[in-house]
Design a protein around this ligand. Structure first.
Ligand code: ADP
Length: 870
């Protein structure tokens, strides 16, 4: 056993402080990892694992990456769920006495990535902090790459707090969470979060929670500002979560948080609420099955030209408005641009030239911007004066206000164009960034550099003449500096004042005192120029850093313009119409369409449908009709039209008058969800009870085949009870698609319930879907025809037809009977059900079940077996 070398000791000491992170340890031009970290990194990054003497008997496993490409490797590790601590040499190795000092300068975590190829340009990357206890919850979150920070809180029973925070998390989809222990107590909720959001979770001890120290952290962060100004004075829960967020940022970013300027407190009930499942079911950001943007609503809506606009559009979709005036103000802008296509094109052309200003300035403020980043900023702001001109000319109140608030940033553009070379290199340490004429001394140094080249040329020709050696050459390399190269054959003609420098196979190299002088001048000037350029670049960087707030504000305004422009483009291209809004709770849609389905079916015509819903006589729609008839599409299109209207977008309909809704809920029958690989447990978390509890008379509720996941009898009873409860108590506008035909009896029994069906026609063995929704009901399922459409084997379908005929012959349901009695009258179905039951057991794919699924399946089977026996 030896002892660790001093350098390895330094490594081990540093690593001890950052045990939960992989340590990137700077050694010269590389970041090295050792021991366990090296093994992990070499596996995850697929780079070679080597080893290095560390003073102990066994060598230390080691792997490394070159420093100039480190960012990509760091991003990859973070994307795989690791934290990475970057340890730099914090003193100049040339000046260090003994071991170079090293220290961790930054910790990269999933929620704090600033730059890196893994950030989706059009999505925010949020780090969230949560403090939850039995009386309330605070939620704060920040996008370190754009500098936006938000906080909110909810006071109420723990269960409601959980629901609240889950809905908010579903909205912001953080990639990392810092939370207190109290938040993690409910394993079910954490399960949902892991499954649906999959963030990196840092749990902190509750003992470290302290309102006063949180306030201190916040005040220090806000600098001159105070809590009162930020509406945080009475918001203990917000304060607790925000304090932790700021502390965590400081711990990981080492105070490089000056770019985070905008702290916004918001009341969550200022926006329409949707839970995490509703967002997924409506396929707003991605499709349920393939998790892709294509085929999702955003895929149709996003014609934004800038990254800021793309992110803001997402935010608008996540936070639809409730205020009629605010919505109409957005609609005015969309309408104006839609009616002025030339203007729209002009704006679009300018927006196209704008890069991601928000992320550029974060990088300029904290990261290592290159000359090219600066240039991109300069190009992004150069057309803002022109943009302002266009907005002013519109004469529209909203656009005039936008232009008034928009800073033309001429001074910053002026600074950047006068300072930056048009074609700067990537590195900021090699010169070539600063433009001629920006700095006099730099220009002088550059002159002596070019002059030096002239002197050299003259020196060479003079020496040729003087020595008579025609092959004499002056050359340069980085190690040797300048030299005179003489072929071996001419060595005897070399004059006395030549001093030998190096011997090569075919030539000798010399220098003279004169050459040395020239060399000093050239190299000195070059070195000085590069150093000066670097300093000038840093000065510009700091100057821009001072203007961050102006830049951030203007990029926000550009984002707004970009979003309304995108909405105008989309409504023109897809024949959307401007909705009117009311606060009477009445939804009237004429010829509504589902924008995504309409775009996907291409060759076929989409059949538009009307809808009328209110809170009295047309409250609950029971929708029956065969599978594949278009029930889900119809229900979702209503929800999407309402959602679009409330973000201030035009809607896919001929006419729409939308009663503003406070929440949209959607719930899909368990069997549908199960087919997408969700465990029943997950489904439970967002059970119907939640809807019944949180929906109000102003909500829109969509229930698609609810009750299907359990056995038939249970399912029907649940569905029945749910409709009753909604119609009697909740009074939310509700669309309920079901294959339980028995539910249509409710129309007669309850006020506000209306039956609808989607038409289909049988033509021989085939089925023609007419896709029109009409009043009334149907109990024809056309299941067999649908199966044929789905490509099920002919003989199976034939056999199914026979079975169906037998069952139908023996089974006559009397619609007027209460359901309790009916169950007993269906005894002649039991044999058929038994067969079916056995088949179900036979077909269970045991290997494909999670333990949880297995338990649930077993439970369902036991329940059904009991019922068969009864
Ligand atoms: P259901 O919920 O009744 O089983 P879906 O709503 O899932 O049926 O619709 C099935 C398919 O029918 C959709 O994927 C779409 O291709 C087509 N479809 C639905 N509604 C319409 C419509 N109004 N016009 C044209 N095609 C439609």
């Amino acid at each position: 056993m030896g002892t660790l070398t001093p350098m390895m000791q330094q490594y081990v000491d540093t690593k001890k402080k950052y045990e939960d992170a992989l340590l990137f340890f700077r050694l010269g031009d590389f970041y090295e990892m050792f021991f366990e970290d090296a093994k992990i990194a070499s596996r995850e990054l697929e780079i070679a694992l080597t080893s290095r003497d560390c003073g102990l008997d066994e060598k230390a496993p080691m792997c490394g990456v070159p420093h100039h490409v480190a960012e990509t490797y760091v991003s990859r590790l973070v994307d795989k769920g690791y934290k990475v601590a970057i340890c730099e040499q914090v003193e100049d190795p040339a000046l260090a006495k003994g071991l170079v000092k090293r220290d961790v300068v930054r910790i990269v975590t999933p929620g704090t990535i600033v730059d890196g190829n893994l950030l989706d340009e059009k999505s925010n990357n949020f780090l969230a902090s949560i403090y939850l206890d039995e009386y309330g919850v605070g939620l704060s979150y920040v996008d370190n790459s754009t500098g936006e920070m938000f906080t909110t809180e909810f006071i109420g029973e723990e269960e409601n707090s959980q629901r609240f925070v889950l809905d908010e998390l579903g909205k912001i989809m953080p990639s990392e969470i810092v939370c207190n222990k109290g938040f993690t107590r409910d394993k079910k909720m954490i399960g949902v979060i892991r499954n649906k959001i999959n963030p990196y979770i840092n749990v902190q001890e509750d003992t470290s929670v302290d309102v006063e120290s949180s306030k201190d952290s916040i005040l220090k962060f806000l600098k001159k500002d105070d809590l009162e100004n930020n509406r945080l004075k009475e918001k203990i829960y917000s304060v607790l979560s925000l304090g932790k967020l700021i502390d965590y940022l400081r711990d990981t970013q080492f105070n490089a948080i000056d770019h985070i300027k905008e702290l916004q407190y918001y009341e969550p009930d200022h926006f329409m609420l949707m839970d995490i499942n509703t967002r997924a079911n409506l396929e707003i950001h991605e499709t349920m099955r393939s998790k892709e943007k294509r085929g999702a609503l955003i895929g149709i809506l996003d014609k934004t030209q800038t990254a800021m606009g793309g992110r803001l559009l997402r935010k608008w979709l996540e936070q639809p408005l409730l205020d009629k005036k605010q919505i109409e103000s957005r609609l005015d802008m969309v309408e104006f641009l839609g009616n002025n296509p030339f203007l729209l094109e002009e704006i679009k052309d300018i927006l196209k030239t704008i890069y991601d200003i928000e992320r550029l300035i974060s990088k300029i403020s904290n990261g290592n911007p290159s000359g090219r980043d600066m240039l991109a900023l300069s190009q992004s702001i150069q057309n803002i004066p022109q943009l302002k001109g266009i907005l002013l000319e519109t004469g529209l109140k909203q656009f005039n206000r936008l232009q008034e608030e928009m800073d033309d940033l001429r001074d910053i553009h002026q600074l950047l164009t006068s300072a930056l070379d048009e074609n700067p290199p990537l590195s900021v340490k090699e010169g070539g960034i600063i433009r001629q004429g920006y700095n006099e001394y730099l220009d002088e140094l550059r002159v002596s550099k070019t002059k030096g080249k002239e002197w050299l040329a003259r020196f060479e020709s003079e020496e040729k003449d003087r020595t008579g050696i025609r092959t004499l050459k002056v050359g340069y390399n980085r190690i040797m500096g300048y030299y005179i190269d003489i072929r071996k054959s001419s060595v005897d003609q070399v004059p006395d004042n030549y001093i030998r420098k190096q011997t090569l196979a075919s030539s000798e190299r010399y220098y003279t005192t004169e050459l040395k002088e020239i060399e000093d001048k050239i190299l000195g000037a070059d070195e000085k120029a590069i150093q000066l350029e670097y300093e000038l670049f840093q000065e510009i960087r700091i100057q821009i850093k001072k203007e961050i707030q102006r830049l951030q504000k203007t990029s926000k305004l550009i984002a707004v313009l970009d979003v309304v422009m995108s909405l105008a483009i989309v409504s023109n291209a897809n024949s959307f119409t401007r909705p009117s809004l009311n606060t009477k709770g009445i939804i009237t849609i004429e010829e509504g369409r589902h924008p995504v389905v309409e775009a996907t079916i291409k060759h076929q015509l989409f059949v538009p449908n009307d809808a009328y819903m209110d809170t009295r006589d047309h409250m609950v729609h029971i929708i029956t009709g065969p599978n594949m008839a278009g029930k889900s599409t119809f229900m979702r299109q209503i929800a999407i039209i309402v959602l679009l209207a409330q973000i201030g977008s035009f809607v896919p309909a001929r006419n729409a008058d939308i009663g503003i809704v406070d929440r949209i809920f959607t719930r899909i029958g368990a069997s549908d969800n199960l087919s997408q690989g969700e465990s029943t447990f997950m489904v439970e978390m967002n059970e119907v009870p939640n809807i019944l509890r949180f929906a109000t008379s102003k909500s829109l509720v969509i229930l698609d085949e609810v009750g299907r996941g359990t056995s038939t009898f249970d399912g029907l009873s649940i569905a029945w009870a749910v409709v009753e409860y909604i119609a009697n108590k909740v009074k939310a506008k509700t669309l309920f698609a079901t294959h339980y035909h028995e539910l249509t009896q409710l129309q007669e029994r309850l006020q506000g319930v209306k039956n609808y069906t989607i038409t289909a026609e049988e033509q021989g063995d085939d089925i023609i879907f007419l896709r029109k929704i009409i009043k009334g009901s149907t109990n024809q399922s056309f299941g067999i025809q649908v199966a044929r459409l789905a490509g099920i084997r002919k003989e199976v379908i034939q056999r199914a037809s026979e079975v169906l005929a037998t069952i139908e012959g023996s089974h006559n349901i009397n619609m007027d009977q209460p359901i309790e009695q009916k169950n007993q009258k269906q005894m002649n179905l039991v044999d058929y059900r038994k067969d079916f039951f056995i088949d179900r057991i036979r077909n269970i794919d045991i290997n494909g079940l999670t333990p949880m699924d297995a338990l649930n399946t077993l439970n369902n089977l036991v329940e059904d077996a009991k019922k068969l026996k009864e």
